[in-house]
Design a protein around this ligand. Structure first.
Ligand code: ADP
Ligand code: ADP
Length: 210
C-alpha cells in the first residue's frame, strides 16, 4: 500500500496517517516532521530550512526530493508507506513517479474557515510530534503531553501570519496536484470535516481495509 495524503495544512492528514501507519505496520513519512526533527537537532539540514519553515514557504524541491528518495529506500518502506505532506509541487510529483510510484492518493478536503480553526488550536509535543487541539483533541491536562507530562507548544508556522502564507502557498503550488493525480486516475476525495474517528473509518473503507 503506497499512499499519498494530499490536502491543505491542518486538514488532519497527520492525525489519520499516524493511526493508519500504526494499524497497518507501514511507515508514516511526513516531510514536515523530518524537517522539524532536523531543526530540533540543529543538523546542517535543520539550519538550512528553519527560516523557510517558520515563514510557511516551501523547502526547495531538490532538497526535499532527495530526502524522500532516501527515506522510501529504507527497508521498512519496502511493503508500503504513507507520504504525508509530500509531494507539494508538480516537480516533486514528477520525481516521485520515477523513484516510487504510488497506488492511491487520498485528497483531504476541508473548507478554509475550519482549516484556520484547526491550525490555530493545534498544540504539539515537540520531542514526539504528538498533536493535540485545544478544543477538538485536548490533552488530559491543559498544555501538557499525555504520555510525558511535558509542555505542549504552538508551532511557529501556526501563528496567524504564517497560516495565511501557508494557505496561499498551498493554493498556488500544491492544489494543482489534485488535477495532476485525478487525471492519472489515482485520486479520491476524503471529507475531512467529521470527527477523526469518522474520517478514519472513511479512509479504511476507501482503502478496502474496513
Ligand atoms: P495536517 O497534518 O493535515 O496539517 P493535523 O493532523 O496536524 O493536520 O491536524 C490539525 C489540527 O486539527 C490538530 O490540532 C488536530 O488535533 C486537529 N484535527 C485533526 N483532525 C481533526 C478532525 N477530524 N476534527 C477536528 N480536529 C481535528
Ligand atoms: P502542515 O501539514 O501543517 O502544512 P507540514 O508539517 O506538512 O505542515 O509542513 C511544514 C512545513 O515544512 C511546510 O510549510 C514547508 O515549509 C515544509 N515542507 C514540508 N513538506 C514539504 C515539501 N514536500 N516540500 C517543501 N517543503 C515542505
Amino acid at each position: 500500500m503506497k499512499l499519498i495524503f494530499l490536502g491543505p495544512p491542518g486538514a488532519g492528514k497527520g492525525t489519520i496517517a499516524t493511526r493508519l501507519a500504526e494499524d497497518e505496520g507501514i511507515p508514516h513519512i511526513s516531510t514536515g516532521d523530518i524537517f522539524r526533527e532536523n531543526i530540533r537537532n540543529q543538523t546542517e539540514l535543520g539550519k538550512k530550512v528553519k527560516a523557510i519553515l517558520d515563514s510557511g514557504d516551501l523547502v526547495p524541491d531538490e532538497l526535499t526530493v532527495e530526502l524522500v528518495k532516501d527515506r522510501v529506500a529504507q527497508p521498512d518502506a519496502a511493503g508500503g508507506f504513507i507520504l504525508d505532506g509530500f509531494p507539494r509541487t508538480v516537480p516533486q510529483a514528477d520525481a516521485l513517479a520515477d523513484f516510487a510510484p504510488v497506488d492511491k492518493v487520498l485528497n483531504f478536503v476541508l473548507d478554509e474557515e475550519e482549516i484556520v480553526r484547526r491550525l490555530s488550536g493545534r498544540r504539539v509535543h515537540k520531542p514526539s510530534g504528538r498533536t493535540y487541539h485545544v478544543l477538538f483533541a485536548p490533552p488530559k491536562v491543559e498544555g501538557k503531553d499525555d504520555e510525558t507530562g511535558e509542555d505542549l507548544i504552538i508551532r511557529d508556522d501556526d501563528q496567524p501570519e504564517a497560516i495565511k502564507n501557508r494557505l496561499a502557498v498551498y493554493e498556488k503550488q500544491t492544489a494543482p496536484l489534485i488535477e495532476y493525480y485525478n487525471s492519472r486516475g489515482l485520486l479520491t476525495d476524503i471529507d475531512s470535516a467529521p470527527a477523526p474517528d469518522e474520517v478514519y473509518k472513511a479512509v479504511r473503507t476507501e482503502l478496502g481495509l474496513a
